[in-house]
Each structure stands twice: as C-alpha cells, then as structure tokens.
Design a protein around this ligand. Structure first.
Ligand code: ZN
Length: 203
C-alpha cells in the first residue's frame, strides 16, 4: 500500500475520491456542462506518487487541487494535490460514455504534498499553483460549486470512509500539459496564512 504523510506520520489512504467540474471557470475551459450534482470518481491507492512524471507517448495535464484528508469521518487534514490526467484519452473516453480510469487512475496519477491537521474553517482554504514561478491556477472554497462539507455529505450517501481517505476537491481554471523540467509549486492558504507548500520538478 502507498502512503501519504500527515504531520510527518505515514498514513495509508484506501481510496482517493475526486470531484470533477467543481469550478465554473474550469468547466468552461473544457467545454463541459455544469452538473446538477457533484461529478465523483475514484483513484486507487496505487495511483499515489510523490513525483510528477511526464510521458513521451501521451499528453498528461496537471490539475492543481485542494485535498482534504478524512479521520474519524471528519475533514481533518489538508494538503495540495495534482490530479494528473491523460487529457486526449479522457476526452475520447467521455465521448464514448466510457469510464475514465485509463485517463485518471494510472500509476502516478495522484501526486500529493504532505498533509497537515487543520482545525480552522475549511471554507477559508484556497490554493495557488505556480509553474516555473508563474501563477498558473488559483481558487478556493468560495469559488467551488460544491463546498467541502456538502461533498463529504454527498460521498457518505454511497461510500464508507476510512481513516486517511483523501478527497480531491476539483480544479480551478488554468489546467495544461506538463513538460519535463517544469517546476511545480503548490500552496494552500487559510485566508492569507500559508498552510502547506510543496514543489516538484517534472521528470
Ligand atoms: Zn481533477
């Protein structure tokens, strides 16, 4: 089993629950419809990685996301995540009405910072993603169509949550392709206060 770190200790997520189409600006950039209820899909534990790997064969897109960690059924921790996506493949799977796993659940498709326990107001959290020092994505709970508490309530209607399970809360606008050598820096803030920061160089 792959692990992430929560305040320096290893924790083993049984699953990664992902919310699609949660920011209007990202829905528009992909030309999708605004969904009535959250679009939810899973990544397996085996997708977890601490490295960002590009592929010579297919285009892989980054999606910078705020990620919440569940303990005792509550949203207890926060980290920064990259939901890596084989975009052309996802587009062709979507067009055929097929599941997205080949495009979203592959090895290395879920890259995470360390997580920290967060006991402030979750709705104050926001993210910034810098690529080679340029601000590429930013967003926060105020811009989400489905806020963390309502995502948690919706997920609970059909999934049991284990300690360490992760919820990727969707990506704001500004997604794009990764290239070898790019430096990604993800930051989470509570209001103006920095909470998490991590950097990766694309391999
Ligand atoms: Zn995503």
């Amino acid at each position: 089993m792959r692990s992430v770190k929560l305040n320096g200790k290893k924790i083993y997520p049984s699953k990664i629950i992902c919310v699609g189409r949660n920011y209007v600006d990202h829905i528009r950039e992909l030309g999708n419809e605004i969904p009535a209820e959250p679009v939810i899909f899973l990544k397996p534990n085996s997708a977890i990685s601490s490295q960002v790997r590009s592929s010579a064969d297919v285009d892989i897109h980054y999606e910078g996301e705020m990620v919440l960690l569940v303990l005792a059924g509550r949203l207890a921790g926060v980290g920064f995540g990259l939901d890596l996506t084989k975009r052309q493949l996802q587009t062709s799977l979507k067009a055929k009405g097929l599941p997205w796993e080949r495009a979203k659940a592959f090895d290395g498709a879920a890259v995470f910072s360390e997580f920290v326990i967060f006991d402030g107001n979750i709705d104050d959290l926001r993210l910034e993603l810098y690529i080679n020092g340029r601000l590429a994505q930013q967003g926060g709970c105020d811009l989400m169509m489905h806020k963390p508490d309502s995502i948690l309530a919706e997920v609970r209607t059909f999934l049991s949550l284990e300690d360490g399970d992760l919820i990727m809360t969707g990506t704001p606008g500004g997604v794009g392709e990764i290239h070898p050598g790019d430096e990604f820096t993800g930051k989470i803030f509570a209001g103006q206060e920095p909470v998490v920061e991590a950097s990766w160089v694309v391999r």
